[in-house]
Design a protein around this ligand. Sequence first.
Ligand code: 4AD
Ligand code: MG
Length: 461
Amino acid sequence: KLTVKEIYRETEKYLNKDVKIEGWVRTLRSSKAFGFIEVNDGTFFKNIQIVFDENMENFKDICKLPISSSIVVEGKLDSTPEAKQPFEIKATNISVEGYSNNDYPLQKKRHSFEYLRTIAHLRPRSNTFSAVFRVRSLAAYAIHKFFQERGFVYVHTPIITASDAEGAGEMFRTTILDLENLPLDENKKVDFKEDFFGKETNLTVSGQLEAEAYALAFRNVYTFGPTFRAENSNTARHAAEFWMIEPEIAFADLKDDMNLAEDMMKYVISYCLENAREEMEFFNSFVDKGLFARLENVVNSDFGCITYTEAVDILKKSGESFDYPVEWGMDLQTEHERYITEKVFKKPVFVIDYPKDIKAFYMRLNDDEKTVAAMDLLVPGIGEIIGGSQREERLDVLERRMDEMGLDKEAYWWYLELRKYGGTKHAGYGLGFERAIMYITGMTNIRDVLPFPRTVNSAEF
Ligand code: 4AD
Ligand code: MG
């Protein structure tokens, strides 16, 4: 048994030999005496062409096969140098594993991404989504490879947690459903026990605080896991459930943090360009014609870096009429981020040293006492893709900041102890995995890079 990937990669080895493959019918056309099937076997982006003729005893049955039927094909691999595909299988036997139906929703014509979202269970069989989700898988592997090759320890931070890592309160609470007291009629409310065995808990918004604990033991660590945010933002870049990569490095400052982020981005992009050549070519031809030029520019350029204050100056002097006028102290909106990275730098750019009041409590206070050692990485087409900072390692300053922000220090007791027992300067960041995949593939909606997206008003599957 052979995969289509092996046939494409080592064609010489299999030419003029008997081969056997399994896969799904993507297209089928036939005449009285012969027919052609394009089969995709799932191992490779490209299809393989099968030729069959009336000498096959089930010829008539095969001619009527609906798209997406699963079949097993035996035959000889023939070279066809003058045709579009350099080889095809001349079938001696085709058996049907499972018939599809003529109402199969993914017929050959092009479908809108909106429509394909309504059939999230079938869309991985289309070209676009086959490419997206193989690249997603490869990019995840590349990220692990990047960190593991550098000696980082992978920490599995908890999904259910008692701490609010961002202090922003955008959390999904966990509850225990009391099955004994389910409502018998619609007037009776469901009785939730609003606690996790006696403790209030939520789904994690970030594994950072726990990663910090491990960085202060292993030095360099990372997490890579699902993250949940109950923010009600119905945009093309926000999901309620998304994946985040969060490295945390000890004995390191903001500059080290940015260098790591830049190296990682370049590594992952290069890895996908090299190892998903067919998929990436598809994106460059059919999804975003400027993709290769842009990605090659990213890999070969040095990322830009400006302070928040400089960014505000640039935006104010730009003469653009933004929906949100810019003032020092406000959070940058996507329109501002995109202006900076698309119009001014035309490449990825770090914005650093944000006002302390718009950033999380754990970011290290700068000497000006007004800004913190934060960094956001902005990229063309998307805006913020990474958020990170140097962490406040000074216990007294951290406690003061938490008081200012009205946080309950008791709840963060263990986090504060990290500063008490051999704390050191350290830093880290979070890369939104879906935003990275959008950036690498040119896809423009987060719903189209998550297998089964959980966004506002969409959790059908
Ligand atoms: O900027 P954020 O909120 O930073 C943190 O959570 C830090 N604790 C990370 C750290 O320093 N370890 O989120 C980091 C990134 C964002 O830049 C964005 O790419 C992504 O996570 N992100 C989202 N992606 C999809 N949907 C959402 N609702 C997202 N919220 C954040
Ligand atoms: Mg952020």
